[in-house]
Design a protein around this ligand. Structure first.
Ligand SMILES: [Mn+2]
Length: 323
């Protein structure tokens, strides 16, 4: 167990102390962000039915099978405990009033980028923030017992952040946590199946991505997705999620980046950077981004910057391959 008992006792006493708790997570939520956010909410609600527990931020349509957006007003924050999950830095927090609470706690598995909160429960060895929440419930036992609603969404979060238990971050702790969650009554197959099911247009878009990908001899793969591509394939930017892992399946590729041209501004690109070898989060940090050592996001504000990111990935890949 990576949890620090003293920290978890502090967390528990804070949960006990506050009548209203507002849980935040990062913008553009993924299943783990929602899993850890709503999982913690359902756990607290299960044990403390008289407390008001709210989930802040907007839930996108694509994830409406997991959760729906709740109304949280500025007034809710007065005298509230704010818990921020799965988010390393404050610009990435979804919901604007997160700083208006009485106290703030951070629970995360991303490498530390920014310190916030009087208590920071950060474990980078955890596969997912949902895994940490499941571990917290397991540690606290009857004081914050697992329940069906929490188990289902936490399981979805773990499945999401581990790529259905395939990623390197999957450990025996992950499987133990998942096994305990599976003891509850929900359809795990249905959750896993969602992560591999795609629409016919997404399948065609995957084909387009593979066709237009550049793979260098240094093991750097890249592809540029233009606004026109999104229009042609009738794909939302969020649906580009389904292609992010593709380059990593190609033999010899160690780092890769998907550039997604942004609407409006000239030469503005979202950069989704991944790696099977060297850490790439510092490269992302050089370009208005950050994240995990092997999965980060960044921005490029010119084509020159696109080329700079590719050059940095080339350097990292060469260094990695020569080791
Ligand atoms: Mn996560």
């Amino acid at each position: 167990m990576y949890l620090d008992a003293t920290q978890i006792e502090t967390l528990y006493s804070k949960i006990q102390e506050y009548d209203r708790i507002i849980i935040h997570r990062h913008v553009r939520p993924d299943p783990d962000a929602l899993g850890s956010q709503y999982g913690l909410k359902y756990l607290i609600e299960g044990k403390f039915p008289n407390k008001q527990v709210k989930a802040a931020g907007t839930v996108s349509k694509g994830l409406s099978w997991l959760a729906s957006t709740e109304e949280v007003t500025e007034a809710d924050y007065s005298g509230s405990l704010v818990i921020i999950v799965d988010t390393a830095n404050s610009p990435r927090i979804d919901g604007k009033y997160y700083a208006s609470g009485a106290e703030m706690i951070k629970i995360d598995h991303h490498p530390e980028v920014e310190n916030f909160g009087t208590l920071e429960i950060v474990h980078t060895e955890a596969s997912s923030c949902s895994e940490i929440i499941a571990e917290i419930s397991h540690y606290l036992g009857g004081r914050l017992p697992m329940n069906q609603a929490a188990a289902k969404i936490l399981y979805a979060g773990i499945v999401g952040d581990t790529g259905r238990f395939l990623f390197n971050s999957t450990t025996s702790i992950t499987f133990n946590a998942a096994a305990r969650l599976l003891a509850f009554d929900f359809n795990a197959f249905e959750i896993s199946d969602r992560f591999q099911t795609m629409s016919a247009k997404e399948a065609k878009f995957q084909g387009h991505t593979m066709n237009n990908m550049t793979v260098t001899e240094y093991g750097v793969a890249s592809v540029m997705i233009t606004r026109q591509d999104l229009l042609d394939f009738d794909i939302t930017e969020e649906q580009t999620n389904s292609i992010v892992g593709l380059p990593g399946q190609i033999e010899g590729v160690v780092t890769w980046v998907i550039f997604v041209e942004q609407e409006g501004a000239n030469e503005s690109y979202r950069c989704r950077i991944r790696s099977k070898g060297p850490s790439i989060n510092e490269i992302a940090a050089n370009h208005y981004g950050g994240g995990h050592p092997k999965a980060s996001g960044a921005k490029a504000y010119s084509y020159k910057e696109v080329e700079a990111i590719l050059a940095e990935l080339k350097e990292a890949s060469i260094a990695y391959k020569s080791n």
